[in-house]
Design a protein around this ligand. Structure first.
Ligand code: HEM
Length: 535
């Protein structure tokens, strides 16, 4: 574990706070474009119906007038036609039928879906200082039950602001995560060894079966190296028992994802009758928390020993958090747990899709290989500093996430009254941002079904290829805190895999469709050929 380069900066707490205050002051100026806008004349109708409103004489429509599927057709779609696995496709179907903004009802919950790029931009650009993604009651309830803290995903308001301000200074800027290059490259050495072992176990000496299993272990090992400053041995032939237990807890968490989401939706009085979802929800969280706690406590004990021996304390992210105590121990446990949870499947599915797309598009793969060899020569191990010189590797990750956004949709609860596309949306409404459908919209991405990493390459400094049609990490103040870490893990791993192997389709794998299972994941195992380029 290469920790020596990561010198702790203990004396910049004041600076961090100042930067934080300044940045939040400017963000708070971008408050929701609310219905209280001066140009907006609101005439409340006093008989209790929804108010009728107008902007500059144009009538603002109420939610009642918004189109959308009926509650009954939603029920059939989701419960009889397995709509939960097709949420991404349903976004497209509904936006074609009802337009770029439509409403749906799930039992008592009304959801307004935003399926237009510019409307998504409008909503996100106008966010307040502490946006809320959705109802996290069940997560909060578990934490209250066990006396645990919330982490960044589950926290809201002041608690969230405080934790976000600590973490954003540590892992959000490319230069901050560049220091993890050596750790990630250490894990990639094991990834390549594992690819070779798996290939050698197959009769053709080339096939790796179920590539996602491999990338799951890579992502877990990478996250542990970064978050815990420790290795788990997930890419070894024999995985240590403790890591196996954790993988099982993580799988339980992911496989019961739907259940965990609905555990909160199932009314409490129903729990004695249907106890399983809530029990599973709690026991998988127990497993995840206790695993994180073991690693955090281990590092804490090492630090105490170092201090007792009068040695300088050096280390990475966890060491920094433990030494500076900007978060208390419970908050550190919670954030380590939630970041590991958020950082494994997301990265591993994206790597699976990226290699799958490379295998099916050999010309694109060769073009990227050319870029790598021209830029780095043969066999050079890339670091974070090399990535800006590999625009096609960056384009590969962006294009993969456009075609297969791990989170096909995202949520926001409006914190003020809003007018979007001429509709009045009251404060407290759940919005669903339909990222999959905007990613696949021809207006936003011509040839939207094609795999074209090149579309992300800037022609000149003024060319802006980023667009709200594809924002796989979200946008703004509540966007993915692990984005730079995930990108580092993916850019470095893909560069080294392409450097070393020609990745090809395998006769056992036909076209693999995506399904929504909490995240957008492959509906069938992806098997690929890894043909050594030297051969
Ligand atoms: C391909 C990889 C990943 C993708 C596509 C992804 C995507 C996302 C998205 C869409 C959000 C919601 C953003 C929003 O609401 O605007 C999110 C939040 C989050 N992600 Fe990631 N993520 C990835 C990897 C990671 C990794 C590696 C970590 C670990 C550090 C991580 C930690 C988090 C956390 C803690 C949040 C909650 C942030 C907050 O509420 O303040 N993610 N991610």
């Amino acid at each position: 574990m290469a920790l020596q380069n990561k010198i702790l900066l203990l004396n910049y707490k004041g600076y961090l706070r100042e930067v934080f205050n300044r940045s939040f002051a400017s963000n708070s100026r971008a408050l929701y474009k609310s219905a209280r806008n001066e140009s907006l004349r609101i005439t409340e109708i006093e008989d209790g119906r929804e108010p009728e409103r107008s902007v500059d004489g144009t009538r603002i429509r109420s939610l009642k007038e918004m189109p959308g599927p009926s509650a009954i057709s939603n029920l059939i779609e989701f419960f009889c036609r397995d709509g939960f696995s097709r949420i991404h496709e349903i976004q497209i179907e509904h936006s074609k039928k009802y337009g770029k903004i439509f409403k749906s009802r799930f039992g008592p919950q009304l959801v307004v879906s935003i399926a237009g790029r510019d409307l998504v931009a409008e909503v996100l650009r106008a966010e307040g200082v502490a946006p809320q993604r959705g109802n996290m009651e069940s997560w909060q309830e578990y934490r209250d039950l066990r006396g645990r803290s919330t982490g960044l995903i589950s926290a809201e308001g002041e608690d969230w602001l405080k934790m976000r301000s600590v973490l954003r200074q540590l892992i959000m800027r490319p230069k901050d995560v560049a220091q993890f290059s050596d750790d990630v490259n250490g894990v990639i050495v094991d990834l390549i060894k594992r690819v070779d072992t798996l290939r050698s176990q197959q009769p053709d000496g080339q096939t790796v079966l179920n590539i996602n299993d491999l990338f799951f272990k890579y992502a877990m090992e990478g996250m542990a190296a970064i978050l815990y400053e420790d290795r788990l041995g997930c890419l070894e032939n024999k995985i240590p028992q403790k890591s196996q237990d954790y993988i099982a807890a993580l799988h339980l968490m992911f496989s019961s994802f739907k259940m965990t989401m609905y555990a909160g939706a199932i009314p409490k009085w129903l729990r004695p009758i249907i106890p399983r979802p809530w029990k599973e929800f709690c026991s998988s969280w127990d497993g995840l928390f206790s695993f994180s706690q073991v690693h955090v406590d281990k590092r804490l004990a090492e630090i105490k020993d170092q201090v007792a021996r009068g040695e300088a304390v050096k280390g990475g992210l966890l060491t920094h958090m433990l030494v500076t105590q900007e978060m208390n121990l419970e908050e550190i446990y919670a954030n380590m747990t939630e970041m590991l949870l958020a950082g494994v499947d997301t990265t591993s599915f994206t790597l699976s899709w990226a290699t799958y797309l490379l295998a099916r598009n050999p010309d694109v793969q060769e073009q990227i290989y050319e870029e790598i060899t021209t830029t780095l020569g043969h066999g050079t191990i890339p670091t974070a500093d090399d990535v800006p010189r590999l625009p096609l590797i960056r384009g590969l990750v962006k294009e993969t996430l456009r075609l297969f956004p791990v989170l096909p949709g995202n949520g926001r609860v409006t914190q003020d009254d809003l007018v979007v596309a001429g509709y009045f949306i009251p404060k407290g409404t759940q919005l669903a941002l339909c990222h999959y459908s905007t990613s696949m919209d021809e207006e936003n991405f011509p040839g939207a079904k094609d795999f074209c990493p090149e579309r992300w390459i800037r022609k000149d400094a003024t060319d802006r290829v980023d667009n709200f049609g594809s924002i796989p990490f979200g946008y703004g103040i509540r966007s993915c805190i692990g984005r730079r870490l995930a990108e580092l893990e993916m850019h470095l791993a893909l560069t080294q895999l392409i450097q070393r192997y020609r990745i090809g389709v395998c006769p056992f794998t036909d076209e693999v469709k995506a399904k929504t299972h909490g995240l957008l994941c492959p509906a069938a195992p992806i098997n690929l050929h890894f043909i050594e380029r030297r051969a």
